[in-house]
Design a protein around this ligand. Structure first.
Ligand code: AMP
Length: 394
């Protein structure tokens, strides 16, 4: 078990919390503040326990000067202030006298947000390459480091790994929750079913290789199903196919024949356009000029008994092009089966969480992971440096 914020006396301490404020911004407006909201529990806790709160966060990528303004974190400071119903101090710079003075003057229960950590990437990628001097500079500003940014734990950056090694440390409530959910997957209640969708096989090779031996069933939908169908010798028309992954799919089909469930029918169209005509066909009836956009109703019938008897379901990737309303049905019907009953349903990765949210199922899901990339790397069996850098409980 990792140390958590609850293991420390925070009173009067300068507590640096690494949060995930990497929110989508369009035309100067935050279009989804879920990530800010998810960090509130830890921030509230630190305030209530009389800490002097210092927040580190990144926003987007900063490669050149023109990336600075659009990734300025000040906009988040305003939203955070609204959500906390409290004034927030903001340091426009990631280092320097102004920041140091603001830290020195910080009172108990005050909150200071530091500018986008990736501003440091402009000069030699200091943040992303975990520059030692940068990590020690940030560490010098605080007494304690708490990591609550699950979305970046698969990265080894100065603001999550470098700094953790230099201060007493722990995780916040969000990371604690994510770790508890992931732990249940180490010894899942069986039957254990994996649902895999999304666009490409190539994005999920590590997950497939690592998880197929462990699960009882894997239901494959989305764009990636078509490379598997092609590997079985079917013609899939203009559907998304990765020719160079056909061999891999063949191997998986041979090795895990009893576990893998592929679609038996699909909703097809001739253009990648919501206005183009569509219809449902059996997978061996896809015409040359047609592409599969969603799984069909007979496939759902195939999924139903498997899902109903599953005690654990892990789901990554939507089963159709859910961005277009008429291809949401496969994902929606599967969600409505999966959320029912007494089972552990874990959604991992951005797009399926976004789809579940849009389709109104998110509140019925046991756990929806906030960190797409981090969750995927964990599922691939890889280490998470942001977690490894945090001390274990004695
Ligand atoms: P991922 O990021 O791997 O979860 O992939 C999500 C994307 O997969 C979404 O943008 C979906 O539109 C896309 N997707 C799902 N089903 C299909 C399909 N049948 N053909 C093409 N793309 C798909």
């Amino acid at each position: 078990m990792k140390k958590t914020i609850k293991d420390y006396d925070l009173k009067g301490k300068k507590v640096i919390i690494r949060v995930d404020f990497n929110v989508p911004i369009k035309e100067g407006k935050i279009i989804d503040d879920t990530r800010i909201k998810e960090s509130l529990e830890t921030i509230h806790y630190a305030i209530e326990h009389d800490a002097k709160v210092i927040l580190l966060a990144h926003l987007g990528r900063v490669k050149e000067k023109s990336d600075l303004e659009k990734n300025n974190l000040e906009i988040v400071a305003h939203r955070l202030s609204d959500l906390l119903e409290k004034e927030i101090l903001f340091s426009k710079k990631t280092r320097g006298e102004g920041l140091e003075e603001a830290v020195q003057n910080l009172e108990e229960q005050e909150v200071l947000l530091i500018q986008n950590t990736r501003y440091e990437d402009l000069d030699g990628q200091k943040e992303s390459k975990n520059d030692k001097d940068l990590a020690s500079y940030w560490a010098s500003l605080g007494d304690l480091f708490i990591n609550d940014a699950f979305g970046t734990v698969h990265r080894s950056h100065a603001s999550n790994v470098g700094i953790a090694k230099l201060l007493p440390n722990g995780v916040g409530f969000l990371i604690e929750k994510e770790l508890n959910a992931l732990k249940t997957l180490d010894q899942p209640k069986k039957p254990y079913t994996l649902i895999l969708g999304g666009a490409k096989v190539s994005d999920k090779i590590g997950v497939i290789e690592n998880l197929l031996p462990k699960v009882d069933h894997v239901l494959i939908g989305g764009g990636m199903a078509f490379t598997f169908l092609k590997a079985k010798g079917l013609e899939v028309g203009k559907s998304l196919v990765e020719e160079d992954k056909i061999e891999f799919c063949k191997e998986m089909l041979e090795k895990y024949e009893e576990k893998i469930v592929l679609p038996v029918d699909v909703n097809v169209t001739t253009e990648f356009d919501e206005n183009a005509k569509n219809h449902v066909v059996a997978v061996d009836e896809i015409e040359e000029d047609e592409m599969g956009m969603d799984i069909g109703p007979k496939t759902i019938d195939l999924y139903r008994p498997i899902l109903t008897e599953s005690k654990t379901i892990l789901w990554n990737g939507p089963l159709g092009v859910y961005e277009m309303k008429k291809y949401q049905k496969g994902t929606k019907d599967t969600l409505s089966i999966a959320v029912r009953g007494n089972r552990r349903l874990i959604l991992g990765g951005g797009d399926i969480v976004a789809a579940a949210k849009e389709l109104g199922f998110l509140h019925r899901v046991k756990h929806a992971s906030t960190g797409g990339g981090a969750m995927l790397e964990y599922l691939e069996g890889r280490d998470l440096p942001g977690i490894d850098a945090i001390s274990e409980e004695e």
